[in-house]
Design a protein. Structure first.
Length: 231
């Protein structure tokens, strides 16, 4: 069995549209690829080709209909396609990171605590120190750290989101448009952190529409249209 951090084989997915009498809409067929340690694979293809669906399949938000999605967790290999929910949750805490375009925040919780909570296996004060360093790296003003991000601008929220998602050093990281809404200075921070993770042996899978960012981080590009199913 493969020991790569992430490997997909024969993955197929269709969605059921219940408002259309249970109509089945095939999306992906026979998807297969591997992300190796220190490699960033960038998914390419037009809108609607299934790029975000692939990330959600790997993270366990969607279940695939066929195939295997293998994620390495230490010396173990977990197949997301057949794993129990508790196994998927454990994998997210230890081996699988996911940075979306949307901030997942609890109301009235400060930005500092939201980021620190990503380090649930680290003592609280140490986690807050590391969270503060990451917020500073993303140029979030210190005066905002004690405030709930719901009061922030869209760009500030995205930077808190990135700090939260990139702070834990997981062996597999999924990135869905990590540089959307960012200025050039903070796009450069994202690129720098991704390169650091690659040097640490992290396997990354990214959706990036910014061509300059894509060129800066991609080791391999995967054209999703090869596996997309016409509807």
């Amino acid at each position: 069995m493969t020991m790569h951090p992430l490997s997909l084989a024969g993955v197929s997915k269709a969605f059921t549209v219940h408002l259309q009498g249970g109509l089945r809409l095939p999306v992906l067929r026979d998807l297969a690829f591997t992300a190796r340690p220190g490699e960033c694979v960038v998914l390419t293809g037009p809108s609607g080709a299934g790029k975000s669906s692939i990330l959600k399949l790997i993270y366990g938000n969607y279940r695939c209909d066929e195939g295997a999605i293998l994620v390495r967790n230490g010396s173990d290999i977990v197949d997301i396609a057949t794993a129990a929910p508790r196994q998927i949750l454990a994998l997210r805490r230890r081996a699988l990171g996911y940075v979306t375009q949307f901030l997942r925040a609890v109301p009235r919780v400060s930005a500092l605590d939201i980021v620190a909570e990503a380090l649930d296996d680290v003592p609280r004060e140490a986690a807050r120190d590391r969270a503060a360093a990451m917020l500073a790296r993303f140029n979030v003003p210190e005066r905002l750290w004690g405030l709930p991000p719901a009061t922030f601008s869209g760009g500030e929220q995205q930077r808190v989101n990135l700090a939260q998602g990139l702070l834990p050093e997981r062996p597999v990281v999924l990135l869905d448009e990590p540089t959307a809404s960012l200025d050039a200075e903070n796009r450069a921070v994202v690129i720098e952190i991704i390169r650091e993770r690659k040097r640490q042996g992290v396997a990354l899978l990214a959706i990036v529409h910014d061509e300059a960012v894509r060129d800066a981080i991609a080791d391999t590009s995967l054209d999703v249209t090869r596996f997309a199913t016409a509807t």
